[in-house]
Structures are given as C-alpha cells and as structure tokens.
Design a protein around this ligand. Structure first.
Ligand SMILES: CC/C=C\C/C=C\C/C=C\C/C=C/C(=O)SCCNC(=O)CCNC(=O)[C@H](O)C(C)(C)COP(=O)(O)OP(=O)(O)OC[C@H]1O[C@@H](n2cnc3c(N)ncnc32)[C@H](O)[C@@H]1OP(=O)(O)O
Length: 248
C-alpha cells in the first residue's frame, strides 16, 4: 500500500544531531517525491528510546554559526514533518522527551508502547531552557491550551496512561503490537482520498506553520541570543554532566 518506515538510528539515544536532522529531511523529501509512497511510519531502532530529543552537544560550547545552522535544520525538519502530504504515523517504542516528543507530535497519529518507562513530553523547563513558540503551538494543537500550559511550565513527562488521557497519543498498545497497530491505522488513513485528506491537513496546520515561515530568520536570531547566554550554557552543561555522571 505504499508505506515506508523511517527508523531512527543514532545510538545510544537517538539524539537529533545535525547529521540526523539533515538525513531525516532528505529521506522525507525522497519519499514525498516518489509517488509510490503515501504513508510513513516513524519509529526507532534504539531499544527503549524513541528519541532523546535535540542533541544537547550541538547547542553547547559551539560557535554562533554552528548554532544558526543547527537551528535552521531543526526548523526545517519540523516544517517538513508538520506539513507533509504523506500520512505520518509515529510508532513510539521508547522514551521521547522534548524534541523526541515534538517529532511525534508532528505526525498524524501516535501509537505508544505500553511501558511505564516510556515517558513523553516537552520537558525543556527542567533543563533551564524554554520550548520555542512553535514547539508550544504543536503541543497546544494536540492537547489543548490548559493541558499544554501546565505541561510546559512543569516540564511534565507523561507515562503512557497519562499521555493517552491528555490526548498526547492516540493509542497505547502492548509493546509487541506497536508496529502492527501503526500499520492497521495507516490502512484506515489511506482509505481516504489523498487530495481531500491533504487539503484538510493543510487547512488545519498551515496557519501554525506559517507563523514560523514568516519569521524564520528572526526565530534563528532569537535562538542565538538565548542559547549563547552564559546562564543557559551553564544550565545545559550542568544537565549534560548529570546525564554523564548517572553511570559513574
Ligand atoms: C524563548 C525561547 C527561545 C528560543 C529557544 C531556545 C532554546 C530552546 C532550545 C531547544 C529546545 C530543546 C529541545 C530538546 O530536545 S533538548 C533535549 C532534551 N532531552 C532530554 O532531556 C533527554 C536527556 N536524556 C535522558 O533523559 C536519557 O539519556 C534517556 C532517558 C533518553 C536515556 O537514558 P539512558 O540511561 O538509556 O542513557 P544515558 O546514560 O542517560 O545517555 C547515554 C548517553 O547519551 C547522552 N545523551 C542523552 N541525551 C542526550 C541528548 N539529548 N543530547 C546529547 N546527548 C545525550 C548522555 O549524556 C550519555 O552520554 P555519555 O555519558 O557520553 O555516554
């Protein structure tokens, strides 16, 4: 039925490095241009981890030029996913904080494995950083304003039952059924004529995407100013050190 699977593979935690973001956009573009494909299942090849989100090492101790290049790549992936003409289904087979969660929120439907460790949410505030407005918009469009407001301020990571309750995911299923469920949901979405579904998706999503498109450069400048602050760099270093020390 013309369904591709994109499996994220950047061990150990599928962090969204510049290289991963770039490759993801290229793969998506190829699938968009190949008319034999109508749908994509986005999943992970790293056991227990869907994606650890944006790669913190790309946002810490690097040059301004690097931050700008990285942020443009983050914007590009979000825009491509959010406005994709393909049916995108996230088969979430692991934990998905921040950028990992965002990626799944751009999909048309989310199936999450029922494992209490597989938390998801936009936890940026816990790192001492702030989810950008378009991250916030994506969450609001999924779970509504009040739930998003509380989740964003507290940096909440929702376990599967809670994620389902607030509407962050559409289905929670046993871990060994995530892929088959994604496939059967895909069949249901592909039963709808493409042109009607695509125009409807565009109608729902374009106003949100346009807000970023209209101010992409300003958004990059804003990110540069924010991420270059000493206090923000310090927060990120402390957070990364904590992650590294966990093992020791
Ligand atoms: C007004 C606003 C204006 C502008 C906006 C400005 C700023 C906002 C910018 C960006 C928004 C940010 C979005 C993000 O996505 S930030 C990333 C958030 N991610 C997390 O908090 C997850 C962190 N990781 C974890 O919690 C765990 O690693 C995880 C549960 C995923 C897996 O645990 P596990 O025990 O299996 O592995 P670890 O031992 O913890 O990690 C292994 C290895 O990987 C490194 N690691 C983990 N996560 C990341 C990451 N996101 N980026 C880079 N590296 C990561 C970890 O340090 C370990 O490294 P090492 O010790 O060297 O092996």
């Amino acid at each position: 039925m013309g369904v591709a699977v994109i499996k994220l593979k950047n061990p150990p935690v599928n962090s969204l490095s510049l290289e991963v973001l770039t490759e993801f956009v290229i793969s998506l573009e190829k699938l968009e241009n190949d008319k034999t494909f109508r749908g994509v299942i986005v999943t992970s090849d790293c056991p227990g981890i869907f994606s650890a989100g944006l790669d913190l090492t790309e946002m810490c101790g690097k040059s301004q030029a690097h931050y700008a290049e990285y942020w443009r790549a983050v914007q590009e992936l979000w825009l491509r996913l959010y406005l994709s003409n393909l049916v995108l289904i996230a088969a979430i087979n692991g934990v998905s904080p921040a950028g990992g969660c965002l990626m799944s929120l751009t999909c048309d439907y989310r199936v999450l494995a029922d494992n209490p460790k597989y938390n998801m949410g936009l936890n940026e505030t816990l790192l001492g950083i702030v989810a950008p407005s378009w991250f916030k918009d994506t969450l609001v469009n999924t779970v509504g304003h009040r739930t998003a407001e509380r989740a964003l301020q507290l940096g909440l990571l929702f376990p599967p039952a809670e994620a389902l309750r607030v509407g962050m995911v559409d289905q929670v299923v046993p871990e060994d059924q995530v892929h088959s469920t994604a496939l059967s949901v895909m069949a249901q979405w592909l039963a709808v004529p493409d042109h009607a579904r695509q125009l409807t998706k565009n109608l729902m999503r374009k106003p949100t995407a346009d807000r970023l498109v209209k101010q992409r450069d300003a958004d990059i400048q804003y990110f540069l100013r924010f991420i270059s602050r000493d206090s923000i760099q310090k927060s990120l270093r402390v957070y990364l050190d904590k992650l590294r020390q966990k093992k020791g």
